[in-house]
Every structure is written in structure tokens, then in C-alpha cells.
Design a protein around this ligand. Structure first.
Ligand SMILES: [Zn+2]
Length: 432
């Protein structure tokens, strides 16, 4: 069993916030009423003890009789029931969420238990206090039934929302962690308010008990659903997936090329060993680091999301170096290099090992030239758009290629239909 808490921000609409504040005030009022009640109980016990001549710290239970019993302290159950009663007789408190209000009984019980414990070490320890408005900032949903996560929305890629009892559907911050903790692990949740001047920030903290630590794949995807995907490494795009995902080449390098060239010119003009030259060398290092950092960031995020969403990834069975050599012109070779295909594959492989996703190499022959609509083989081309000369089908070349990789990975004979076009496999061999 592993325990963890997840916390994220909530963004209630004004009318929802009004209801959350009502809950908070109702809980605070109940807390103070119960505190009053508990203090009375403690007072009654003291009076009884003095009247019976029992010393402090002595076991009082043996002095109690049937007609004059020891005044006991209410149990957690008593206090919870009392909180419910108090809610029923107060018109405005009845508007608040009942379960949260009753839970205050457990809170006050805990507060008094803590106080009793501290009395053992320090007889002068102060009783639990009454809470003013600024000093009571949270209310509790004791179980998942009283709040819930919009799992359907998450599945469809929407922003997270939470249903809060007595409040409604509230937007939540896009915290990746809620996609990694299954809802059946979620137990108690605490809604807390943080005062920011005149406005409030709201948070939800969920206590989770997981039987096993969930892997970092998004849990709400059905594990049985096959979700393999074809992945094509490209020049203009770092990678294209057959599910439509595109990892764009951010071209940080190209954007910064002019600045780099400028600095390099300055360096070459500056005298060897001069102060000026050292300065420009520093500038160059700084720029290089920024380029590397932003590239690294893009690749890390992209590869993580790919292995989290796919158990099987079909990739071209080519060493990346060979891929670069295959690029026909200098421009696209350069693009390919700063797209960091090699680093991308390295990250993908090791993240795949972490999540248990399989990276399956697939024979890449003709994958960029076969039409995904009619299945016929086209001549080599260098344009960004694939245009089938048999059926006129057009698609981005990488979209076309990764679809072919996917089909071949799944075991379909993608070239099998090409003979209809008059090009047989033997002919295709010649074209290649
Ligand atoms: Zn076609």
C-alpha cells in the first residue's frame, strides 16, 4: 500500500465560490458551536471531580456510580451527530453541504484528543480555540462519492474538472498528476482557501491510498485497448505519429543562427587573448546553452507523452546517421540535425523502458512513397507534400509515411496493392 497526496488549484466561478464560502462559514460556525459544547463537557467533568474529591491525574472511573456517573467526553460519533443536529436547526447552515458540516465533528474530536494528550506533558496547555473568519480555511469531503473527477472529459483530452458536492463542476488546474492516480485510490479530499488580499485562491488536496504504485501511463486509458502507433522521424518535423501527433522542430538553432554568426564574426575580429574576445566567447557559450536547454525541454516533454500514451511504437529500422545521409540536400540535412533525431530516439528508447512501452523497428522501405489511399508506389520526391500520381491523394509526407509504418508494423502488406497500378514489386525495386 502506498500513500500519496495530490494537490491542485481549483478555479470556481463566482457563484460556485459563493457556495464554497457558505460551506466554509457553516463549518466554522459548527466548529465553534461544538467547541463550546466540548468545553461544557470538560467543565462538567472538572466540577464533578472536585465534588467527588478526586485528584487530578487519578483514575476517575472507579469513583463513578450508577446514580452519579463520571461525565464522559463525547465520542466522535456523538460529535458528528451533534454537528448534524446543529445544521438542521440553522436555516442558513442547512444550505451548506451536509457531509462536510458533519465531518467537523471529527475535527473537533481530534482537536480535543490532541489537547488531552498534550495535558500529560504540560498541564497548562490551552484548549482548542474558537475560530474567527480568517482562521478557518478548509472543509472536507470524507470520501470519493462526495466529489469526483471528470474522467470522461480527461479521456477526451479536455481540461480537468472536479465535481464537488454542494458546489457543482469546478475547473481544476492542469496538473499531470491527476492523470496518474486512479480514482479508486482517492479517499478524503480537503478544499482549502488561501486569502490573497480581497480574493481567494482555492485548492483541493486529495489523500490517496494505492494498492500498487501506478505506472506513469495515463490510467484512464483502457489497458486492453491496443494503442500502437507509427512514428516517422522527419526533417522539418522532429517526429510525426500516425495518431496525428506532431512534434514540431522548434528551429531554435536556425532562429539563433544569425545571432550566432554575429558573435562569431566579433570573435574573429577581436584580438587573440584579449578581454573583448573572452567576453564574446562567453556570449557564445550562453547562447549555445539556451539553445540546448530549449531543445532538450521540447524533446523530453514530447517523448514522455508518447510513451505514456502508447504501448507499442513502430519506428523506421534505420540508424539515424543513415537517415541523415539519405537526405538529398544540404538544407534538409541541416534541419534534420537540429531536429535532434538521434537524441529524440535515445530519449524515446529509455523512457519506453521505464513505462514498458515497446519500440518496434519496422522495415522502412518505400514508406514515404507508398500512397496510403490507393496503396500504389510513387517515384521518389523531395517536396514536403506527398502527391499521389495515381489517385491524386495529397498529404503531408510525414503523415503519409508514419501511417505506412503503422500499417506495416501491424502486419499489413502495404505494397501488396501496388501491383494494380502497373508497378510490381520488382519494378519498385528498380525505382528505388
Ligand atoms: Zn494514391
Amino acid at each position: 500500500m502506498s500513500y500519496r497526496t495530490v494537490k491542485f488549484q481549483l478555479f470556481p466561478k463566482p457563484e460556485q465560490e459563493k457556495r464554497m464560502l457558505l460551506n466554509l462559514h457553516a463549518c466554522r460556525a459548527t466548529y465553534n458551536d461544538l467547541n463550546e459544547y466540548c468545553r461544557d463537557c470538560v467543565q462538567r467533568y472538572r466540577e464533578w471531580r472536585e465534588s467527588m474529591g478526586v485528584d487530578e491525574g487519578q483514575d476517575a472511573s472507579q469513583y463513578g456510580t450508577d446514580t452519579n456517573p463520571v461525565p464522559g467526553f463525547p465520542s466522535m460519533f456523538d460529535l458528528t451527530a451533534k454537528a448534524g443536529e446543529l445544521r438542521d436547526i440553522n436555516l442558513w447552515r442547512r444550505e451548506a453541504y451536509g457531509t462536510s458540516v458533519r465531518e467537523v465533528g471529527a475535527r473537533i474530536h481530534k482537536a480535543y484528543q490532541r489537547w488531552f494528550d498534550s495535558l500529560i506533558d504540560d498541564p497548562s496547555a490551552g484548549k482548542p480555540r474558537f475560530r474567527t473568519d480568517g482562521r478557518y480555511d478548509s472543509f472536507t469531503y470524507p470520501a470519493y462519492e462526495q466529489y469526483r473527477l471528470d474522467t470522461q472529459g480527461l479521456f477526451r483530452g479536455k481540461k480537468p474538472r472536479m465535481f464537488l458536492g454542494g458546489v457543482g463542476w469546478v475547473r481544476a488546474s492542469n496538473n499531470g498528476i491527476i492523470k496518474r492516480v486512479p480514482t479508486d485510490c482517492m479517499k478524503q479530499a480537503v478544499i482549502s482557501r488561501k486569502k490573497m488580499g480581497k480574493s481567494n485562491k482555492w485548492y483541493i488536496t486529495i489523500f490517496c491510498e494505492c494498492l500498487e504504485i501506478p505506472d506513469n501511463r495515463t490510467w484512464y486509458m483502457d489497458a486492453e485497448t491496443p494503442d500502437p502507433v507509427g512514428l516517422d522521424l522527419g526533417a522539418r518535423r522532429v517526429a510525426t505519429l500516425s495518431d496525428g501527433t506532431v512534434v514540431e522542430n522548434h528551429r531554435t538553432m536556425r532562429k539563433n543562427e544569425k545571432r550566432m554568426a554575429k558573435i562569431q564574426r566579433k570573435i574573429s575580429k577581436a584580438e587573440e587573448g584579449s578581454e573583448e574576445r573572452r567576453k564574446y566567447l562567453g556570449h557564445l557559450r550562453h547562447l549555445q546553452k539556451r539553445i540546448d536547454d530549449s531543445k532538450n525541454d521540447v524533446l523530453q516533454k514530447a517523448t514522455r507523452s508518447i510513451v505514456q500514451n502508447h504501448t507499442k511504437i513502430f519506428v523506421e529500422d534505420l540508424s539515424v546517421k543513415k537517415l541523415i545521409d539519405l537526405q538529398d540536400n544540404k538544407e534538409s540535412r541541416k534541419l534534420f540535425r537540429d531536429a535532434s533525431a538521434g537524441m529524440f530516439m535515445r530519449l524515446l528508447r529509455y523512457k519506453g523502458e521505464e513505462t514498458g512501452s515497446e519500440i518496434v523497428p519496422v522495415d522502412p522501405a518505400y514508406t514515404s512513397r507508398i500512397c496510403t489511399k490507393c496503396g500504389k508506389l510513387n517515384k521518389p520526391f523531395s517536396e514536403e507534400t506527398f502527391r499521389c500520381r495515381f489517385c491524386g491523394f495529397t498529404k503531408h509526407r510525414d503523415d503519409n509515411a508514419c501511417e505506412n509504418l503503422f500499417r506495416r508494423g501491424m502486419g499489413f502488406d502495404i505494397l501488396g496493392t501496388s501491383s494494380i497500378a502497373g508497378i510490381t514489386e520488382a519494378e519498385a525495386e528498380v525505382h528505388n
